[in-house]
Design a protein around this ligand. Structure first.
Ligand SMILES: Cc1cc2nc3c(=O)[nH]c(=O)nc-3n(C[C@H](O)[C@H](O)[C@H](O)COP(=O)(O)OP(=O)(O)OC[C@H]3O[C@@H](n4cnc5c(N)ncnc54)[C@H](O)[C@@H]3O)c2cc1C
Ligand code: SF4
Length: 512
């Protein structure tokens, strides 16, 4: 039997399950760049260039290992533009008898695969994605008896399962499961950061950059300079650099934000992890070894491992557990349009302008910027989750729906009513003031709630608390916020509502 083995753009691992048992003489591996995938949201040009270049390098590596590979480039004349028609065309042209797939990361593709069972003329085998550390069925089994689902308990199970940072007697190394309390330091004056490594650009990347420049130049985002790793070796170099030079401060300043510093001590590994150039288990082990060799403290190493072994696997589990209904949840009935400043139009709010600028330049911004600046603003202003999710999916090079949706709709917008988070991550400008130096450059004052100079986050925060009272007051974790709101005199409450209404009007008119 001659099989076609399809590798998707985020399945760039030599150990991917659809290659298991491959016969190098008869089987064909197929990879393709299709316009349908490149344009279902207006992806950042750096994201497209990264993906196409990493795919082309991966195909070259496969050919060097003497696999038969069919690689369809975006501008190949026979490219029909959709995955369905490309797969059907190759199956027919090469008279293949079987299609072997690895389960996709996104719901819409799993629906496609179901359709193929009826529309394609050959049998189809779909294998589990063996790169994740918790399978979809294993998560569903765990989730069945847990209400509410909380990452912390899931994470402990995963630590035990993989024996990461565990003592022989089954207790966590250091005596605690979680060192998050030590990881919330604000930025210090005059902090310096190790230089990031860069990678030599070859003819493959140059060709892709020309293509992306020609075909996607209207998309939001800056293509050049392009410095992403595009091969496994380069991605491994990034991982080693992080372990050697950055992990030792990762935890302490995980939540800090600094104007002009996009990366701080963050790993920048999510894009490589999400396409398969790096594997989650190898990163957890590398971090553990870094701790055991005394090169990084426990709070930093545990914090990093928790993001990968805990959060990353947890959000994937949530996605598959609650899709497809999850995508249209809107617990707070948020319905305002996404303001133009998310797409780079001017705003007087320095924090938003800075995070959007970093996003535009790098197709990256770090977690707290995504959550507590752009995400928090969208939450407070009541922006429609569908529009916010589309933005996050488009602008970040690590964005795939399985990881973006629970983080945006669930964690940032509380659109799932508490499946992901026990309370909304709503915060006033005081949080941003404490954790960043953004407010120093802003025309607004984070200490003012009323008046022309008042930080918009402040009145919008109280307005959010007020207008969502029926949904949120019963949540014990919101007692503090409602206790404070209740102490305001009624004329102060009225002034806050008016101030928030004025800012929302300015937002709609693009003058905020
Ligand atoms: C609104 C919003 C949208 C997000 N969208 C995405 C997305 O599309 N793709 C994506 O990979 N991450 C997403 N995240 C999670 C997180 O912000 C990114 O993984 C992280 O910023 C990537 O940068 P880094 O590699 O430098 O991460 P680091 O801070 O160095 O963290 C290490 C690794 O942990 C993992 N990780 C950390 N937090 C999370 C999380 N909450 N969920 C899943 N993995 C996590 C990532 O793989 C990351 O590489 C989102 C978070 C928010 C709040
Ligand atoms: S004052 Fe408010 S709007 Fe300005 S940077 Fe600070 S938090 Fe952002």
């Amino acid at each position: 039997m001659k099989a076609l083995r399809l590798i998707l753009n985020d399945q760039l691992s030599m150990t991917i399950s659809c290659l298991n048992g491959i016969d190098k003489n008869s089987d064909i591996i197929m990879m393709c760049e299709v316009m349908e995938e490149a344009s279902y949201v207006p992806h950042h040009p750096k994201k497209i260039a990264f993906l196409f270049s990493a795919m082309r390098h991966f195909a070259k590596d496969l050919e060097e290992k003497e696999y038969k590979v069919i690689y369809v480039k975006l501008d190949d004349p026979q490219n029909t533009g959709t995955l369905d028609s490309e797969v059907a065309r190759v199956l027919k042209d090469h008279k293949l008898d079987l299609l072997i797939l690895t389960e996709p990361g996104e719901w819409r593709l799993s629906e496609k695969y179901k359709l193929w069972q009826n529309t394609l003329t050959v049998p189809i085998q779909i294998h589990e994605d063996n790169r994740f550390l918790c399978s979809i069925s294993e998560f569903q089994k765990w989730a069945q008896y847990k209400k509410p689902l909380r990452m912390e308990y899931f994470y402990r199970e995963m630590r035990k399962k993989y024996s990461i940072l565990m003592e022989q007697d089954g207790t966590p190394v250091g005596g605690k499961w979680n060192y998050d309390r030590e990881n919330r330091k604000p930025p210090q004056k005059n902090m310096s950061f190790p230089k990031r490594i860069s990678h030599k650009r070859d003819w493959i990347s140059n060709e892709v950059i020309h293509l992306v420049h020609d075909r996607f130049e209207d998309n939001f985002g800056t293509l050049e300079p392009f410095y992403y790793a595009v091969t496994r070796n380069q991605a491994l170099k990034e991982a080693r650099h992080f372990m050697d030079k950055l992990l030792l401060f990762f935890g302490d300043y995980q939540d800090a934000m600094i104007s002009g510093e996009s990366f701080l001590y963050h790993s920048l590994l999510s894009s490589y992890l999400n396409v398969g150039l790096l594997l989650p288990i190898e990163l957890c082990k590398m971090a553990e070894v870094t701790y055991l060799s005394g090169k990084a403290p426990l709070n930093c190493v545990e914090g990093f491992i928790r993001q990968i072994l805990g959060w990353r696997e947890f959000v994937r589990g949530i996605y598959w557990n609650f899709m497809p209904e999850y995508a249209s949840m809107n617990y707070l009935n948020s319905s305002r349009s996404l303001p133009a400043f998310y797409w780079g139009k001017p705003t007087r709010m320095f924090c938003i302008e800075e995070c959007v600028r970093q996003t535009k330049d790098h197709a990256y911004s770090h977690h707290i910027q995504r959550l507590m600046v752009t995400g928090n603003f969208a939450l407070l202003a009541g922006i429609n989750p569908v529009e916010v999710c589309e933005w996050y999916l488009a602008v970040y090079s690590d964005a795939y729906e399985w990881v973006e949706l629970p983080n945006t709709l669930g964690m940032a917008l509380f659109g799932d009513g508490g499946i992901m988070a026990s309370k909304p991550y709503a915060a006033s400008g005081k949080y941003i003031h404490r954790m960043s130096n953004f407010c120093e450059n802003c025309r607004y004052d984070p200490n003012e709630t009323l008046g022309e100079a008042a930080c918009p986050f402040n009145s919008l925060y109280w307005d959010f608390i007020d207008r969502n009272e029926d949904k949120l007051r019963g949540n014990p974790r919101m007692n503090y916020a409602y206790g404070n709101w209740d102490r305001f005199k009624s004329d102060k409450k009225t002034s806050i509502r008016l101030q928030a209404a004025d800012y929302l009007k300015q937002m709609a008119e693009n003058i905020l």
